[in-house]
Design a protein around this ligand. Structure first.
Ligand code: SF4
Length: 441
């Protein structure tokens, strides 16, 4: 068995949304900047380490999986020092404590305010006689198993409050997918009746455009952090700001947030101003999931000016029934949503850039529009479900993330009469089939 100090590792496990992933990535980078070795793979033979587990509470399953990750680490490493953070720990701190047998290993629970984690980890590392010189490993997981992937497409994306990541698949963010997740916004001022995330993360808070640009510049062009983080050689040309991404070993920057439509870059600047500024950096970028109401003709026209923008849109639809959307507290109708998709297709389908080989190099694809849908919401009767099926057939998404509805304590909809699980399961399967047929046609 390898000695922990020889291994020199950090472990960060991340469940759930792109926002969580971006936050974990940032913690990893900050630890690296303090001289801590960071890896993106679990080093099986290293024991006695420190683990940061960034949890998710978007569904009951996500919360269970968060606990499972803690117990898995405890089983794997009985001397593990575990730090738990994220929505599940904010929702119910106690589930990570002594009651579940984690008392000895869980050192501290941070909730959604993750600002102090790096300092705390450093304290553990440098704590001398108190904690010893712990090895740390850094591993990124996507293990949000509650989504069901339908249709074509690779790993996809997340959204406000119901973030879907490919079922049961672990992805090394930024390694295999060659993407950098840039968190620009947190929280949400809406109160959708199914959503606990807006409660756990609080009101919308955004990062100023200048701060975001500076961080992207560092991530993309700073050769040292790039090498340590990714363990791959930097193309010298990528360091040159003048060099366009098509000739560089550039990563795709994914702009993420809990509700990007609420992004406020300061001084009256919004999401589109952020996009224009990111475009100036000459690196490929895309937006993580969007609430459809942010997409207007003016927004699209500005995006079209961004030659480095990757036109892959993930929209949080949630239902194809107006009655259900209204009861969810969503602020759009199916007709408005459909008009948005038409606007996008008119603007972006088969742009010249879509066919260039460079897209392949950074794992890009041509234009696509994908969506999240929740099935089995309490107000979804047979008729409303049929409306959703018809809507999906009509809009013909490139891919769908289907979430069986999961009542979250503390939300309005959790108090309503719930739909039987067998019905939900059958509907999910039917929708899956409809989407699969859509893609064949
Ligand atoms: S828009 Fe609704 S679902 Fe999305 S984070 Fe806000 S409250 Fe949650």
């Amino acid at each position: 068995m390898a000695n922990v100090i020889e291994c020199g590792m950090v472990t960060i496990l991340t469940l759930g949304c792109r926002t969580n992933q971006a936050e974990s990535d940032k913690i990893g980078r900050e630890l690296q900047a303090r001289g801590v070795s960071v890896f993106f793979k679990l080093q099986e033979n290293c024991l006695g380490g420190i683990y940061v587990i960034n949890t998710c509470a978007v569904t009951g399953v996500a919360e269970r999986k968060s606990r499972y990750e803690v117990s898995k680490i405890v089983k794997h490493d009985k001397d593990a020092k575990i730090i738990v953070a994220g929505c599940a720990s904010a929702n119910n701190e106690g589930q990570f404590g002594a009651l579940n047998g984690f008392g000895k290993n869980v050192m501290r629970v941070f909730g959604t305010d993750k600002g102090g984690i790096v300092e705390y980890v450093m304290e553990l590392i440098t704590g001398g006689g108190k904690y010893g010189n712990y090895a740390i490993s850094c591993m990124l997981y996507d293990i949000h198993n509650t989504s069901i992937q339908i249709g074509r497409g690779e790993e996809e994306s997340d959204c406000d409050g119901v973030d879907g990541v490919k079922a049961g698949v672990m992805t090394d963010i930024g390694v295999k997918t060659r993407q950098v997740f840039m968190n620009v916004q947190n929280g949400c001022d809406n109160r959708c009746t199914f959503c606990i995330v807006s409660t756990l993360r609080g009101k919308s808070v955004s990062r100023p455009i200048e701060e975001v640009i500076e961080e992207i510049r560092e991530l993309v062009y700073d050769s040292s952090s790039y090498q340590v983080n990714r363990n791959e050689k930097v193309d010298e040309e990528a360091i040159d700001n003048e060099q366009k991404w098509k000739n560089a070993n550039a990563k795709l920057v994914v702009i993420t947030g809990i509700n990007l439509s609420m992004y406020d870059g300061g001084n009256g600047r919004g999401l589109v101003d952020l996009c224009l500024a990111v475009n100036e950096l000459g690196v490929p970028f895309r937006l993580s999931s969007l609430y459809s109401n942010v997409i207007t003709s003016a927004f699209i026209n500005d995006l079209k000016k961004c030659e480095n923008f990757v036109p892959m849109f993930h929209l949080s639809l949630q239902s194809g029934s107006d009655k259900v959307l209204k009861s969810m507290g969503r602020r759009y109708t199916t007709q408005e949503f459909e008009e948005v998709v038409e606007l996008l297709r008119d603007a972006f389908v088969l742009p010249v850039d879509c066919t260039r080989d460079d897209n392949e190099k950074v794992g890009m694809k041509k234009f696509e529009v994908t969506a999240d849908i929740i099935i089995g919401f309490p107000t979804e009767g047979d008729e409303e479900f049929r409306e959703t099926l018809d809507f999906v057939k009509r809009v013909n998404f490139d891919n769908l993330h289907v979430f069986p509805y999961s009542p979250r304590k503390g939300t309005v909809a959790a108090l309503w009469k719930q739909i039987t699980q067998s019905v939900v399961k059958a509907r999910v399967e039917e929708l899956r089939q409809v989407q699969a047929n859509n893609r064949i046609l």
